[in-house]
Design a protein around this ligand. Structure first.
Ligand SMILES: [Zn+2]
Ligand SMILES: [Zn+2]
Length: 377
């Protein structure tokens, strides 16, 4: 990847710059403008707060006061809202992509024609927005269904439980109570250490969720380019691409770090995740910076999915949770590691093209490794 060639496609990330600047002298909370609520509103009507609702329609999700027993619109009896145990709650999550071909054999995938299709990169901003929107709506519908089926009283949930419910609309969440790591992402599962403080579990989940979303987004882009349905093999190829080079690992890690940072108080962020990878890359500083710019841009795109659920109020609740949980003094020295540059869409698509073309070619020479990955889902 010729990283220098992308520098002409950059622009300042003013929003992030302003957030960091505002944090530097003293931690001061800002109200953020939320984007991406257009789609959320149509799916999350039942999440809208009404006056002391006590019941919910299992069909349409509309909430009712305690003295109502029946949803006349749906012709069904109402259920009492309850404080559900989100840890054990089943939330369906399946993200599909339908194309003309179903490629479930690596030999079928690694053809010259397919390499040409990826190289041609016939992909528009409209295609990209549709992919983000599809992922977002699928998740919101899953949350919607889980709330209706289980009569979940969203108002009774803690901040951590709400974030957990949201995360479970994308991936399986499992718990561990060993080791130093706060959590990790692996094959559509997030593992969280539940001995940790609520605030740290929240930011860990959003960090690991970003790893999932980058994988998912790239799978959809590749399926769109090849006009193929999403299969396990496609997922395995993208998983391989995201891990085979240190550069790609750094991009992925910096993006996860950035999304996490959006929901953490500045001065309390952990930089080790990407600094450890950065140490192992032998590139000039400006090229490392470009990798971070790519990561920052990915984070910027992913944020639109996450912000469709994490509203202003929730963001403020997460930060309050942070203040009550974390007693250490903030450390602002690390903020110098932050990259505040974004790629334009043109530059972003060129980077994705580059990552996919190089990764696809390299993956085609490592089919044995891909078969190993394929067994691990
Ligand atoms: Zn109803
Ligand atoms: Zn990570």
């Amino acid at each position: 990847m010729d990283l220098k060639s992308f520098s002409k496609y950059t622009r300042p990330d003013r929003e992030k710059r302003a957030l960091i600047d505002s944090a530097l002298p003293k931690v001061e909370l800002k109200k953020f403008m939320m984007k991406g609520l257009d789609v959320a509103e149509e799916c999350l009507c039942e999440i809208a707060y009404e006056e002391k609702p006590a019941k919910i329609c299992p069909k349409c999700g509309k909430k009712y006061p305690a003295d109502e027993n029946f949803c006349f619109a749906c012709g069904v009896a109402l259920n009492d809202l309850r404080h559900a145990d989100i840890k054990t709650l089943d939330v369906k999550h399946e993200f599909s992509f339908d194309g003309s071909a179903v490629l479930s054999d690596f030999e079928e995938i690694f053809t010259t024609e397919n390499l040409i299709l990826i190289n041609d990169f016939d992909f528009t901003r409209r295609d990209f927005n549709k992919i983000l929107k599809d992922i977002r709506i699928t998740a919101l519908k899953s949350i919607d269904d889980a709330i209706k089926q289980n009569a979940v009283d969203l108002d009774s949930l803690s901040c951590l439980e709400k974030v957990l419910l949201f995360t479970k609309a994308f991936v399986d969440v499992k718990y561990k109570s060993y080791g130093q790591e706060l959590g990790y992402y692996s094959f559509n599962t997030i593992i969280v250490d539940d001995r940790q403080l609520d605030a740290l579990q929240i930011t860990t989940m959003l960090h690991e969720l970003t790893h999932f979303l980058i994988k998912e987004m790239l799978v959809h882009i590749m399926c769109r380019l090849l006009d193929a349905s999403k299969t396990r093999e496609m997922e395995s190829i993208i998983t391989f691409i995201l891990t085979y080079s240190k550069e790609n690992c750094l991009i992925d890690e910096y993006a996860a770090h950035t999304v996490e940072g959006r929901f953490t108080l500045f001065g309390y962020q952990d930089y080790s995740s990407f600094l450890n990878i950065q140490k192992e890359i032998d590139l000039p500083e400006d090229e490392i910076e470009m990798l971070k710019t790519i990561g920052n841009t990915l984070a910027h795109m992913i944020k639109t999915i996450i912000e469709s659920f994490i509203t202003d109020q929730m963001l403020s609740d997460i930060k309050t949770q942070f203040r009550s949980d974390i007693l250490d003094r903030p450390d602002y020295t690390q903020l110098r590691h932050e990259n505040c540059i974004l790629l334009t869409y043109e530059g972003f698509f060129q980077v994705i093209q580059c990552i996919l073309v190089e990764g696809f070619a390299f993956a085609s020479e490592n089919v044995e490794k891909l078969k190993e990955i394929n067994e691990m889902w």
